[in-house]
Design a protein around this ligand. Structure first.
Ligand code: 2P0
Length: 331
């Protein structure tokens, strides 16, 4: 009744923003992402008949109260219900990158938890079914079940059984580099869940943005098939800017950017005009993710480093999907 799993975060090139059902965590539209190697969450789950409550630790700190703990316990309840037992669990999770800093730690976190908890509970589920499960923890986690280039299907069923990710190309299909320019420390002010719900409720721009998503996904798929970097870049930038425009248009507006975020946007666009193949995307935080081809990664890195307010740069490339690993005891 014990298993360990590793998962990587993913970065959306066509963004997810908004839900069609809060309880089942069903997205309002699809999305498209790249799963990243170089950043990992490792989660160990052990169900134990002697425990009286779940014991959860995140990066060595016990989670005794609060929303993060509630999300994990609720998620374990789904697994216990499916497995038909009530045993509580020890859950130990570690990120090798900053938690809750706009780097999609909930994506890799719930993907690793889904795989480890299902395996520890003896559920021999398909990757697609595990993606449905991971989505209940966090919408973007459904995508981290798969490696490489991934599409999230919003589904149409009310029970959410068709709202899961699918792989569209493996990590070997196209080698890109993603340089993550960190522009602030600590947690962001408005978490993604709250930010997207507030946007949906109060932004007049939300519905028109939602309608652009299927077309962006279709075009992005073709660009990935053809390894069309320029085409993918223009879709990714417009999807990102439109997503942020809907949030800025909420009441009150949500602005995730700081001065360095804006400076980076201008710097990346100027570099592109000067001949460096690159594009940016930004999630629900102030950091900027810049994509380029491998041979231009060194040039892009020095250019990003020169922007005022950039504190650190993390380098990543397309990586694999969530999977079980031998635990610390080799089991
Ligand atoms: C994305 N984000 O597509 C978008 C872009 C943030 C900005 O997926 O409420 O933490 O847990 O389903 O998965 C972040 O949303 O939201 C996210 P929930 P999640 O990557």
């Amino acid at each position: 009744m014990e298993a360990t799993a590793v998962a990587h975060p993913n970065i959306a090139l066509v963004k997810y923003w908004g839900k069609r059902d809060q309880k089942l965590n069903l997205p309002a539209a699809g999305s498209l992402s790249v799963t990243l190697a170089g950043l990992s969450t490792t989660t160990q789950v052990q169900f134990d008949e002697h425990l009286t409550e779940d014991r959860v630790t995140l990066d060595g700190e016990p989670l005794e109260t609060g929303r993060s703990r509630r999300r994990v316990v609720d998620f374990l309840d789904l697994v216990r219900h499916a497995a038909g037992f009530r045993y509580k669990a020890h859950v130990e999770t570690k990120n090798d990158f900053p938690t809750a800093a706009g780097l999609a730690s909930s994506a890799s976190g719930f993907a690793a938890l889904a795989v480890a908890a299902a395996s520890a509970a003896g559920l021999d589920w398909s990757r697609r079914r595990l993606s449905v499960l991971a989505r209940r923890g966090s919408g973007s986690a459904a995508r981290s079940l798969f490696g490489g280039y991934v599409e999230m299907k919003p589904g149409t069923r009310s029970d959410g059984s068709d709202a899961h990710a699918i792989a569209i190309a493996t990590e070997d299909h196209w080698d890109l580099r993603c340089l993550i320019a960190l522009t602030a420390r600590g947690k962001k002010e408005t978490g993604s869940t709250r930010g997207m719900l507030h946007t949906q409720e109060s932004s007049p721009l939300f519905e028109s943005w939602r309608q652009t998503v299927p077309g962006d996904i279709e075009e992005a798929r073709h660009c990935i098939d053809d390894r069309n970097f320029e085409g993918l870049g223009s879709i990714a930038e417009r999807s990102c800017l439109r997503m942020h425009a809907t949030a800025i248009g909420a009441d009150p507006g949500i602005l995730y950017w700081n001065a360095a975020t804006v400076a980076l946007i201008h710097r990346i666009r100027r570099a592109r005009a000067d001949g460096l193949n690159c594009f940016f995307t930004i999630d629900a935080g102030p950091h900027v993710k810049a994509f380029c081809l491998p041979e231009q990664a060194t040039d892009l890195r020095s250019l990003l480093t020169s922007v005022d307010g950039v504190e650190n740069i993390i380098s990543a490339r397309p990586g694999g999907g969530a999977h079980c690993t031998p635990g610390p005891t080799g089991q």
